[in-house]
Design a protein around this ligand. Structure first.
Ligand SMILES: NC(=O)C1=CN([C@@H]2O[C@H](COP(=O)(O)OP(=O)(O)OC[C@H]3O[C@@H](n4cnc5c(N)ncnc54)[C@H](O)[C@@H]3O)[C@@H](O)[C@H]2O)C=CC1
Ligand SMILES: O=C(O)CCC(=O)C(=O)O
Length: 385
């Protein structure tokens, strides 16, 4: 069987394939056609289902009915918790990796949560989702991380009302030491790791340091919730759609020292974000709900992972906590600091050369100082245990 893609003078992509002596020519023109006769052809191990409308051209490339891509192995930790409860369904139904990408979900939680986790696994099964190939529930990190492509690290104690994020440090960094070692031992070496559990930046740094054979660039932590909050607030103020506000930046720590920066955002009238509202939004949600943000956190995780997997759009960037080594903004090395990044082929790069005012510089330094302090405290805790 031979096949060839061509671009015609009218800029339509055509796809020619010879099957059993017959040449099939298809044109992709982005229009949907009505009900068609289906014909399947196997090309490079992929099954392509084409709709035939009786004409030589005008056939729609259509491969959503079959999923022959290798399933992605995705581990979610803290899988019996409230963020995971919103997150897992979105991952399993194709919102993040696309409608052609099957997934195997591996759910990790602690032993006392195994009963509840079993219930989550049952519910996922009951959704009868075509892309969800398998669900594995476990309390063993080495089972959970075995050969995975992606780990979403949600499992950690959340902040309760009145607690400072720093209070979480002692409770949570040990988890990321243990899980960093486990992922190093059993995951694929090109695994991507997204840390959500707080204090997210420092947990992410700890994990990357204990996963010695996995590149530090493969680790990132979530500040997309802050970016989404800022974006939504600016949009509300300007009375435009959320999607019309782009390139808001979150610098630094996912904490109240973070610096939400709208000075490079498109579609603003010069207003800056009311920082207090973004920086203290997590605490405001806890005060109102008595639990920390979950639906918005799950949505932000999906946004973060989707960009990591598919890349950022032309002319746009996103914010995520990444290793600061080699940045051009004077942030000290060896902290997980939230920067604007562009992503392509699952690799991020800093957006360099943005202007930074004196005011912004002082804010960026303050949040960097907090991260350096958190890092030093975390490694003191770890070394004295
Ligand atoms: N970076 C961000 O933007 C955000 C971060 N968070 C953080 O996410 C984390 C999870 O929040 P929720 O889901 O609301 O908490 P939750 O308490 O509902 O769920 C946490 C789950 O993690 C599990 N867990 C604890 N230790 C574990 C371990 N060693 N291995 C595996 N699982 C473990 C718990 O048993 C529980 O099921 C918290 O640390 C919270 O502060 C929450 C919102 C936003
Ligand atoms: O600890 C908190 O601030 C609440 C959870 C969180 O990180 C957030 O809502 O931004």
């Amino acid at each position: 069987m031979s096949h060839v893609y061509k671009r015609s003078i009218s800029c339509h992509w055509t796809f020619e394939v010879e099957v059993e002596g017959m040449l099939w020519v298809h044109r992709w023109d982005r229009r949907a056609f009505g009900r068609r006769r289906h014909k399947s052809v196997e090309v490079e191990d992929m099954l392509w289902v084409h709709r035939w409308d009786g004409r030589a051209f005008g056939r729609r490339r259509h491969k959503s009915d079959v999923h022959t891509a290798e399933p992605l192995r995705v581990c979610v930790t803290g899988a019996a918790g409230q963020i995971a409860y919103s997150l897992l369904y979105q991952l399993a139904k194709g919102d993040v990796f696309g409608q052609d990408q099957p997934v195997i979900l591996i759910l990790l939680d602690i032993p006392v949560m195994m009963g509840a986790l079993g219930g989550v696994a049952m519910e996922l099964q009951d959704c009868a989702l075509p892309l969800l190939k398998e669900t594995i529930a476990t309390d063993d990190p080495k089972v959970a991380f075995k050969d995975i492509d992606l780990a979403i690290m949600v499992g950690a104690m959340p902040r309760r009302e009145g607690m400072l994020r720093k209070d979480l440090l002692k409770a949570n960094v040990k988890i990321f030491e243990v899980q960093g070692k486990a992922i190093d031992e059993v995951a694929k070496k090109d695994v991507r790791v997204v840390v959500v559990g707080n204090p997210a930046n420092t947990n992410c740094l700890v994990m990357s340091q204990y996963a010695k054979t996995i590149p530090k660039e493969n680790f990132s932590c979530l500040t997309r919730l802050d970016q989404n909050r800022a974006q939504a607030q600016i949009a509300a103020r300007l009375n435009v759609k959320n999607t019309e506000v782009r390139n808001v930046i979150i610098w630094g720590n996912h904490s109240s020292t973070q610096f939400p920066d709208a000075s490079h955002a498109k579609m603003t009238n010069g207003d800056s974000v009311t920082e207090r509202t973004v920086q203290k939004r997590g605490a405001a949600v806890i005060a109102a709900r008595k639990f920390s943000s979950a639906v918005s956190a799950a949505k932000a995780i999906c946004d973060h992972v989707r960009d990591l997997w598919n890349g950022t759009k032309e002319g746009e960037w996103t914010s995520m906590g990444v290793i600061s080594d080699g940045n051009s903004y004077g942030v000290p090395d060896n902290v997980m600091y939230s920067f604007p990044v562009r992503i392509k082929n699952r690799k991020w790069e800093f957006v360099n050369g943005l202007s930074v005012s004196d005011f912004a510089r002082s804010k960026m330094e303050a949040t960097a100082n907090e991260l350096v302090e958190e890092r030093d405290t975390a490694f003191q805790f770890l070394s004295t245990e």
